[in-house]
Design a protein around this ligand. Structure first.
Ligand SMILES: [Zn+2]
Length: 340
């Protein structure tokens, strides 16, 4: 069982350190990224979601599901202790690179590129990845090259910080149970093979270069450098505000919108009553529009007519206000503790 031992606010988001039975520690667990949450909310809150948003959502969700399945296989291996970071996004030479999994062992560092694909997977003569599913064929970048690029960037970044000597290895792991992997390469494997591959790798790197304390320091340094990808929905996508579904959704029959009655919310469809459902609508607001809201924006988004009611809601939530009376805005971030 994993036990959350430490909760800290890290670049607006919660980072949970999870301790396992041995000295291994997940420094950054697989979590839905901010952009995945944004895309997920758009599926509910946007009328006629454009195909590129549906595709992006599918890709990000698959990546998340793949990463989420990895800790199980990592824990099956009785290896030296290690520190694990999932979905770490670092900046190097003004470019960002992202590693699905980074595992810090005292003898080597391991980058895992996760592929959560189904169907038959092959490499063509040009070394591109081909996915055949039903009658459809899709072409992807070569994942070994993707991982090699991450390795190069990580190596260069670590060298700058004085970590020259620790070797870095890369693996491509296919995590979907329904994958038919037709590639014969020791570093392109399914997750079932991961424990065995790890054992072999650990023997390939016999020298222990960093102590566990040094590794933990390195892990924390890397974690501090993590920068979450942030979609600016209005700029980066073709979101039209007029197509946003506003209102407080009934949790049972969304996207049906609840009505404000006697200081609470009632669903006109199933009659479900709750006083706090606006909190989840406001969390959606954070991901769609950012962490600040004015009284007027709150009325617009929650479909409330009365300024008094809006003031009451803001007051009851105990949100910190900033700005003078005319430009007063409230910081919604504390609501993220009620994460959906
Ligand atoms: Zn309902």
């Amino acid at each position: 069982m994993n036990e959350a031992i430490f909760l800290s606010l890290h670049s607006d988001f919660f980072v949970i350190l999870t301790r396992r039975g041995d000295d291994s520690l997940i420094l950054k667990p697989p979590q839905k990224t901010k952009s995945l949450l944004q895309l997920e909310i758009l599926q509910d809150r946007y009328l006629e979601v454009p195909p590129d948003i549906v595709d992006a959502f599918g890709r990000e969700l698959a990546g998340y599901l793949g990463e989420k399945s990895l800790p199980y296989y990592m824990n099956l291996t009785s290896l030296h202790s290690h520190y694990d970071l999932y979905n770490l996004r670092l900046e190097h030479n003004r470019h960002h690179f992202q590693m699905d999994g980074l595992f810090l062992f005292s003898n080597f560092l391991l980058i895992i590129e996760v592929k959560h694909l189904i169907g038959k997977i092959m490499l063509n003569d040009a070394h591109q990845l081909i996915q055949s599913k039903d009658t459809e064929e899709k072409v992807y970048d070569n994942p070994i090259m993707q991982a090699a690029l991450q390795k190069e960037q990580l190596h260069s970044l670590l060298s700058k910080s004085g970590y020259h000597s620790i070797p870095i290895h890369t693996l491509v792991v296919f995590t979907h149970k329904k994958v038919n992997l037709s590639i014969d390469h020791p570093d392109i494997i399914t997750s079932q093979l991961l424990p065995f591959r790890l054992k072999k790798l650990s023997k390939d790197f016999p020298n222990h270069i960093l102590t566990m304390d040094q590794l933990l320091t390195l892990g924390k340094e890397l974690l501090a450098l993590h920068s979450e990808k942030n979609l600016n929905l209005l700029q980066d996508t073709h979101i039209d505000l007029r197509n946003i579904r506003r209102g407080v959704f009934c949790p049972k029959c969304k996207p049906i919108v609840m009505k404000r009655r006697h200081g609470g919310w009632v669903c006109p469809n199933c009659n479900y009553k709750n006083r706090d459902c606006h909190i989840y609508a406001l969390i959606d607001f954070i991901y769609l529009f950012g962490e600040f809201i004015t009284n007027r924006q709150l009325r617009w988004f929650l479909l409330i007519d009365s300024e008094y009611t809006a003031t009451r809601i803001l007051k009851d939530l105990g949100l910190k206000a900033e700005g003078n009376t005319k430009n007063r805005r409230y910081n919604l971030l504390p609501l993220l503790k009620f994460q959906r």
